[in-house]
Design a protein around this ligand. Structure first.
Ligand SMILES: Cc1cc2nc3c(=O)[nH]c(=O)nc-3n(C[C@H](O)[C@H](O)[C@H](O)COP(=O)(O)OP(=O)(O)OC[C@H]3O[C@@H](n4cnc5c(N)ncnc54)[C@H](O)[C@@H]3O)c2cc1C
Length: 493
């Protein structure tokens, strides 16, 4: 005889599907500003186990995009700095260690405040920008390469100076205000107060040039606001804040079906899923938020989303112990010459791991499949650090899927974030192009949510203090996955 299985029915105000940085930060921001009941559903046994746990950990404040033709992505990064300082630093004052500091009397710019427990590492990212005597240009027979590298260099210097140099005072009427697109685009001139280097960076550049058989060339080296971020800590703090606001998390959930109401505007009636224990469950809500990263495909036709999905694979190489103690990014007009070295630090029990993340962040052109070949990364690493040093390290590589939405009107924003909803529907789709954009994504999703459901806004009266919330902190630490490299280290030891 077939056994009869009862199906649980649960109702909450808002269901967030996907427990990566997008889902968690949206749930957190909404919980902090409302009394809505919120539940986050995650397919994996732990939160933050996919892209949000596998990334390089580069906090983007615009440096990488400062050389692009179009300044949109650059300005999105700069706006992200404004959002984090206004919306996160006051509330997560204990660990969100980015804020405005007074560089000159009454002149404020954003700064990473040293704090070993902070979200951001105060070691800056040095941008290394080549000039015409660099190997890729001096060996080229094309005159246009020298012209192009100069155009890119001028953009980098100009945009970074306007945003983070001596041009723009970020404090205005006690609020943090980023420069505008027009300010950034209209600036001309090469005087840049961010030129700064270290002996280590200069030696690395020389070693790179010698490896091509040329004498050290003359690089622009800039000290940027970019840095490495402790993404596990950010996720854990956001989850801890969620828990204090009553957000519930259910992991190991499999979504079987979306039950759509097809009469009138498309609305989602129920979500049918199976719990971690394999029990059937029907979830109903006023609003459903999909923040499923690479998992969007099965939902697109039910939700009637017409945007195109672009999935590409990227490779990352990890070296332990770290190869150098500076974060640096070599830009170029040629993708093959891009190279990033980031230092990450993680702790597991009493063990501390300091390791290098090596990648290549050349701008992928439209329609161009990003390769997953790690050989170019290893080749560049050999040139900077030497074969002996590199292969003396424990080295491993892994792949990760990058998902972007492409639609006509969102074309320019696709490296930033994508938020889509129909004003009459009861669901929202969100996909950030970068982890770093979580403050903007959470805030912009919140603005959209206000147009979809009615609720009373609340504002926290005191900052979040995780020190007094030991149990919550532990609970959050159990819910969030360790970063992927840490999972590998601990499996290997
Ligand atoms: C190789 C690589 C390097 C990167 N480096 C950086 C960097 O240095 N700095 C930076 O800012 N950004 C970086 N990014 C981008 C960044 O990782 C992503 O933009 C960000 O993590 C995306 O967050 P997300 O929450 O949308 O996706 P995810 O982190 O993938 O989260 C989506 C979640 O949804 C869950 N899910 C999927 N389907 C379902 C379902 N049916 N039911 C329930 N749950 C579901 C998944 O399990 C997952 O946990 C990098 C990306 C890649 C691929």
């Amino acid at each position: 005889m077939k056994s009869i299985q009862a199906s649980e029915i649960e109702y909450v105000d808002v269901i967030v599907v996907g427990g990566g940085i997008a889902g968690i930060s949206i749930a957190e921001f909404l919980a902090r500003h409302s009394n809505l009941t919120i539940k986050v559903l995650e397919k994996s046994p732990k939160l933050g186990n996919l892209a949000s746990g596998k990334l390089e950990g580069w906090f983007h404040t615009g440096a990488l995009y400062s050389g692009q033709d179009d300044a949109q992505t650059f300005i999105n990064c700069v706006n992200g700095v404004e959002d984090i300082i206004n919306l996160y630093s006051p509330y997560f004052s204990e660990n969100c260690n980015i804020n405005l500091t007074e560089k000159h009397p009454n002149f404020y710019t954003p700064t990473i405040i040293p704090n070993p427990q902070g979200w951001f590492n105060d070691q800056p990212v040095y941008i290394i920008h080549p000039k015409a005597d660099a190997p890729e240009i001096s060996s080229s027979r094309l005159k246009s390469d020298a012209v192009q590298i100069n155009i890119q260099r001028n953009r980098v210097l100009g945009r970074l100076e306007v945003a983070y140099g001596k041009q723009h005072n970020w404090k205005n009427h006690n609020t943090c205000i980023a420069p505008t697109y027009a300010q950034v685009e209209n600036h001309e001139g090469l005087s840049c107060s961010l030129r700064q280097s270290t002996q280590t960076i200069r030696n690395l550049c020389s070693q790179f040039d010698y490896s091509y058989g040329i004498n050290p060339s003359d690089y622009e080296i800039l000290h940027t606001l970019d840095c490495s971020m402790n993404t596990s800590k950010i996720l854990r703090d956001l989850v801890a804040s969620c828990l204090t606001q009553g957000v519930t998390f259910e992991t190991g959930v499999t979504i079987d079906k979306l039950l759509m109401d097809r009469y009138g505007p498309i609305r989602l009636k129920s979500l049918i899923c199976q719990t971690q224990q394999g029990l059937p469950k029907r979830l109903k809500a006023k609003l459903f938020i999909f923040a499923v990263g690479e998992g969007f495909k099965p939902f697109l036709s039910d939700l009637q989303i017409r945007a195109r999905l672009k999935r590409s694979r990227s490779a990352m190489v990890v070296a332990y112990p770290a190869l150098a103690h500076n974060n640096f990014v070599r830009m170029s007009t040629k993708n093959r010459f891009h190279f990033n070295h980031f230092i990450q630090q993680r702790e597991k029990g009493k063990q501390k791991f300091i390791y290098s993340m090596l990648a290549d962040s050349g701008y992928a052109r439209d329609g161009e499949e990003e390769g997953v070949d790690i050989e170019p990364i290893l080749e560049s690493a050999e040139r900077y650090f030497g074969q002996e040093k590199l292969y003396n390290r424990h080295l491993f590589s892994y792949e990760c899927v990058k998902t972007e939405f492409i639609s006509e009107e969102e074309q320019k924003r696709r490296y930033s974030y994508w938020i889509e909803s129909n004003p009459q529907s009861n669901y929202l789709c969100v996909l950030p192009g970068k982890f770093s954009f979580f403050p903007t994504v959470a805030y912009q999703a919140y603005q959209r949510i206000k147009t979809l459901i009615e609720f009373e806004e609340t504002f926290p009266k005191t900052p979040f203090d995780s020190k007094t919330l030991k149990d919550i902190k532990e609970q959050a630490a159990t819910l969030v996955a360790d970063s992927y490299p840490l999972q590998i280290f601990t499996q290997a030891t």
